[in-house]
Write a protein that binds this ligand. Structure first.
Ligand code: KG4
Ligand code: ZN
Length: 337
């Protein structure tokens, strides 16, 4: 079975062709980072317009690279939400139009479901059940993934997502956008213990996150230093901030694994490409006898291969979408399957 995946929820226009749930024939990602970087974040109106320009060439390229045509496609899998509505509508309407004209069934896929299953695009695959730490620019959540179609939300961010915190702190330090890759690079020269930034553990046994206090703590630290006329040691600030985010992400994932008696932890989302998060998760996992699974870098950040994969499982389970459905902006567990 051949699935054409389409993703346009934020600032990447992406398409991929997947054979069953095993063979990725093509994966094309057109990133808008350059367009948005001068504004320090994604400008929704610009993002939608660039999706409009990119969607046709990106889908065409994915089909060409896979050496197939629309006649070969059995199902279209397209991101329906959560994300920026104007952006989602581009990919979703495009997929609906192809579906109607070419009479190919389509399924709407939740972007988070794609992230939760993205590990199966890597060589080393976990067995079910597993704990998934899904940390991106829009979400930081811990899920118990029972199988390809059953996900239980254990915790989510109460304010900023982890990636959002990286982006906002990079902005206030004048480092540019997106903040995650820049901060992790600058952190490599810094001391993670130089500044003791707060860790928001919240209530005992809570799997929720909160990163807005940490962002404010960094802003206050920077303002105090500037008022005193002291130099800002950017590598130390970045490394200490990164450590505060990563430590909470890792320890809460381990706590979830222990409380639910699960031996596998899987990372997902753009923040999962953070080298410090990957290494700490691995070493702390080893100490706690928990196996850690890390998706390859290109499958951490937004892509359409993960959407095609989640769509494959939905389609196989009998799901077919009708043309009266709309996109949605916010995460709602009811939409995950
Ligand atoms: O999953 P993703 O590509 O898009 C969303 O669904 O949001 O994640 C993008 C987010 C951005 O906030 C970016 O700063 C963050 O992932 N990110 C990182 C790193 N690479 C990307 N955060 C920390 N460290 C990184 N190396
Ligand atoms: Zn994402």
């Amino acid at each position: 079975m051949l699935i054409l995946g389409i993703e346009s929820s934020c600032d990447e226009t992406a398409a991929a062709v997947l054979r069953d749930d095993t063979e990725l024939l093509s994966s094309v990602v057109n990133s808008q980072i350059e367009i948005h970087s001068k504004y320090g974040g994604v400008v929704p109106e610009l993002a939608s317009r660039h999706h409009m320009e990119a969607i046709y060439p990106v889908v065409k390229k994915a089909l060409t690279m896979a050496d197939v045509t629309l006649d070969d496609i059995d199902c279209l899998a397209v991101t329906r939400g959560p994300g920026l509505v104007g952006c989602l509508l581009v990919g979703y309407s495009f997929a609906k139009a192809i579906s109607m004209v070419r009479k190919i069934p389509y399924v709407g896929v939740d972007h988070m479901a794609g992230h939760l299953l993205s590990i199966f695009l890597s060589d080393r695959k976990p067995t079910f059940p597993y704990i998934s730490l899904a940390a991106s620019g829009g979400h930081s959540s811990i899920f118990l993934v029972k199988d390809q179609l059953q996900y239980q939300l254990l915790g989510r961010t109460r304010d900023d997502a982890a990636g959002e915190a990286f982006d906002k702190v990079a902005k206030l330090l004048g480092l540019g956008y997106p903040g995650g890759p820049i901060i992790s690079e600058v952190s490599a020269q810094g001391d993670p213990n130089a500044i003791s930034f707060p860790r928001a553990w919240l209530e005992p046994e809570s799997f929720d996150f909160s990163f807005s206090g940490l962002k404010t703590a960094v802003a206050n630290y920077v303002n105090q230093k500037k008022t005193k006329g002291e130099d800002l040691k950017l590598p130390d600030i970045c490394a200490s901030f990164q450590e505060a985010v990563v430590e909470v992400l890792v320890e809460k994932s381990l706590l979830a694994a222990k409380m639910y008696n699960i031996s596998n932890i899987v990372l997902a989302g753009g923040v999962a490409s953070n080298p410090r998060l990957r290494s700490l998760m691995k070493s702390r996992g080893e100490e706690e006898d928990i196996f850690t699974y890390l998706p390859s870098m290109e499958h951490c950040t937004d892509n359409a291969a993960m959407i095609a994969l989640a769509g494959y499982h939905l389609f196989k389970s009998g799901k077919r979408d009708t043309y009266d459905l709309d996109v949605y902006s916010r995460m709602d567990v009811a939409n995950l399957t």
